[in-house]
Design a protein around this ligand. Structure first.
Ligand SMILES: Cc1ncc(COP(=O)(O)O)c(C=O)c1O
Length: 344
């Protein structure tokens, strides 16, 4: 049956990069390890790290809608921005390679790390393999401004560039996660479960905003989503997420008035800042790897899962609750953080 959300989404051009839903798996060994059986709380994982292009990750869902619009407009170059180890930049490069579109990445030094692995391994290595043209900015230069300057140069040379901002987190990009809310809802029926909450990492806010807008339109409420900020303090993340959720709802034709408290964000896992490891992240990445054989990442999903572990250990959920953690990818980042995981 077509929902209001399905109908609203069908109005937007989308390039099919996922080719079907990502799996949802129950984390039985983690449930055992955390004593969730006794509490009768179930833990499920949505494998948005498991996709068919570029190593996978949440950015592909946003890129489906960015690329759909770009192809309709006859774009020949995509320029995007991010940190040195940006997963969004890597996936944009992979998608452009597959589509035969030129890709330029404007990368900035957002994290005080200078190890060779950080500078050249992980996502940086893959950007190179996917054939993107990479510009690494000197400290202090604004990547978005540089991207616009580069786009103007290309336009002057007769090209048709598109600039996608940080993380692809515009209302158009967030449609990808509104669509994911519909996908999760269909999978709930197949699995005969209804998730109490859906948990994710929050960086540039598009993933949270898209899911929140989707669940709001489906009548479940935006507060179905809970995220952990890995980039800014709680108030800044909440304000950005609320604004983007409202913009995404408006784009989908909804006039729903979203209350401030519908956005559930926790910043307790940020630690000393974006991209800086914390002991809780380290424990979370190891626990997931050793109990489930699955890979989180050190910057986003590792910190978010550390937050969820905290919630579960503090008994936030009640008997009969089922929670869904969305694994958003980013595993190439593990290779950039070798020193964090293996002490020399
Ligand atoms: C692996 C991974 N997970 C989560 C996020 C957070 O997504 P968003 O930027 O939409 O908040 C990102 C963003 O770069 C990411 O790369």
């Amino acid at each position: 049956m077509q929902t209001v959300l399905d109908k609203a989404l069908s109005a937007f051009p989308r390039a099919d990069l996922l080719q079907g839903p990502t799996p949802i798996q129950r984390a039985c060994r983690l449930e055992q390890q955390l004593g969730l059986h006794e509490q009768q709380v179930q833990l499920y994982i949505k494998r948005d790290d498991h996709m068919l292009i570029g190593g996978g990750g949440n950015k592909l869902r946003k890129l489906e809608f960015h690329l759909g619009a770009a192809l309709q407009d006859g774009i020949d170059t995509i320029i995007t921005v991010g940190g040195i180890q940006s997963n969004h930049a890597r996936l944009t490069a992979a998608v452009c390679a597959r589509q035969g579109i030129d890709c330029e990445l404007i990368l900035s030094r957002a994290v005080p790390k200078r190890e060779a692995d950080y500078e050249l391994n992980g996502n940086r290595l893959l950007d190179h393999l996917f054939g993107a043209r990479v510009h690494v900015l000197p400290q202090g230069k604004d990547a978005q401004v540089q991207a616009e300057i580069r786009a103007a140069q290309l336009r002057a040379a007769g090209r048709k560039p598109l600039v996608i901002p940080t993380g692809g987190s515009t209302p158009v990009g967030s449609l990808g996660y509104a669509r994911c809310a519909a996908e999760i809802t269909r999978q709930e029926t197949e699995l005969d479960v209804q998730f109490t909450q859906v948990m994710i990492a929050n960086g540039s806010a598009g993933t949270h905003a898209g899911l929140a807008a989707g669940f709001e339109l489906l009548g479940r409420g935006a507060a179905t989503v809970r995220s952990w900020s890995v980039l800014t303090d709680r108030d800044t993340a909440a304000a950005r997420t609320l604004q983007l959720t409202r913009q995404t709802l408006a784009l989908l034709g909804s006039s729903a008035a979203l209350r401030t408290d519908a956005i559930d964000i926790d910043a307790s896992q940020l630690g000393e800042g974006y991209g800086l490891p914390t002991p809780a992240m380290l424990e979370a990445v190891q626990l997931m790897a050793r109990c489930e054989g699955l890979l989180l990442d050190p910057v986003y999903s590792g910190k978010a899962f550390a937050g969820l572990l905290g919630d579960l250990r503090q008994g936030r959920y009640r008997s009969g609750d089922s929670v869904l953690f969305v694994m958003t990818g980013g595993t190439p980042g593990l290779y950039a953080y070798r020193d964090t995981f293996i002490a020399r």
